[in-house]
Design a protein around this ligand. Sequence first.
Ligand SMILES: Cc1cc2nc3c(=O)[nH]c(=O)nc-3n(C[C@H](O)[C@H](O)[C@H](O)COP(=O)(O)OP(=O)(O)OC[C@H]3O[C@@H](n4cnc5c(N)ncnc54)[C@H](O)[C@@H]3O)c2cc1C
Length: 265
Amino acid sequence: MYPFTYTRADSVAKAAEALAADGDAKLLAGGQTLLPAMKLRLNAPSQLIDLSRLAELRGIGVGAGDVTIGATTPHADVAAHAEIARSIAGLHELAGQIGDPAVRHKGTIGGSIANNDPAADYPAACLGLGATIVTNKREISADDFFKGLFETALGDGEIIVKVRFPKPAASGYAKFRNPASRFALVGVFVARTGAGARVAVTGAGSGGVFRWKEAEAALSSNWSEGAVAGLKASPAGLNSDIHADAEYRAHLIGVMTKRAVAAAK
Ligand SMILES: Cc1cc2nc3c(=O)[nH]c(=O)nc-3n(C[C@H](O)[C@H](O)[C@H](O)COP(=O)(O)OP(=O)(O)OC[C@H]3O[C@@H](n4cnc5c(N)ncnc54)[C@H](O)[C@@H]3O)c2cc1C
């Protein structure tokens, strides 16, 4: 390792102050991405500002029409939450499929979406449900938040505080996972909302998570597996790597969309 300073923040405001004072500092949440990246020397912050013990960032709140998840809430808490299982079934399913138990107990929703790995699961839930990302400075709609590979709308010194998910009429998630890492080769989140269907795809796009508009139109007029049975996603702009080529990922998008609709409740 190389030397760096460790700071345990005792409030979001103090964390923001420390971040503003040191341009090479990084926030630390569950450390499931940042620490391996540091060990590989892909990231070399001068300071780690630890958010993980801030009570104000952790926890799940349930409102009449939405569920709010604090940024440092680990995936395991989301997967175990009875009201999320009842009212946002796709989110419950998704959280329980992230990595393995160790990753689910340390990794956090804020860290996951700030990192915006193109194969991560939570970006699909945020985009598929039309979530709102609340930071220490503003509110950002999921449609405006995910900007590309590992890129988000977060500015310098901006800290995710919580994510607000509207409760849909129905939602589902289906993932074809990489058997080694458990990240998505392709994951599809579907939601039936008052404003029509939303379909978000992770793991496939060369620019990260995206909405599949053709499937949204088909499901908005007929919410059923049959409505998407004949649809084919285009391989243009999809990833090709040692795990799967673009054609195969395009095929998986169709299959996972049907499975997500079948599982939706
Ligand atoms: C073996 C393994 C398997 C995995 N499998 C999956 C999988 O199947 N699906 C999946 O989606 N993920 C998977 N992950 C990733 C995991 O889910 C973590 O959620 C993810 O690594 C980031 O969360 P974290 O809390 O660990 O963030 P950290 O590693 O602590 O931080 C990640 C980044 O986010 C920034 N950050 C953290 N919190 C905030 C905040 N509140 N505001 C602004 N920026 C912030 C940090 O500065 C850093 O840049 C896996 C990880 C491992 C190690």
